[in-house]
Design a protein around this ligand. Sequence first.
Ligand code: HEC
Length: 106
Amino acid sequence: MPVQRTMLLAVLIAAAHVAAAQASPFDGADPKTGKGLHDGPCVACHVRLVGGDGSKIYTRQPRLINSPQALLQRVSFCSTQAGAGWFPEDERHVAAYLNQQYYKFK
Ligand code: HEC
């Protein structure tokens, strides 16, 4: 049954793509929750560094953060610096928010 085989293959390939998409480091993280967390302890220090609303730190060139993993590591590092007392899932929410807003990693 070559036709059915082909269909089965197509379904399997589609499923594999869905699985790959869900393997994003921000999977299940909530950017809205992230924004709420971020707007407290993260902004003042960045404002001191770059002025404005502090967001320029996320858009400066050349960009130091080149991958979702690097973003997550930076959020983790900075939240420790800030003494934010966040859990790893909080860091993922914030990284998801920054990614959605500024970095746009897939
Ligand atoms: C005590 C000051 C301070 C606080 C508080 C702080 N940061 Fe930062 N942050 C920095 C500095 C300094 C840099 C730039 C580091 C560099 O140039 O390598 C930076 C850079 C970053 C970057 C990378 C920007 C880029 O693309 O190059 C991210 C992301 C970031 N901070 C996230 C956060 C988050 C999330 C918080 C809140 C938990 C936070 N920061 C709190 C000082 C701070």
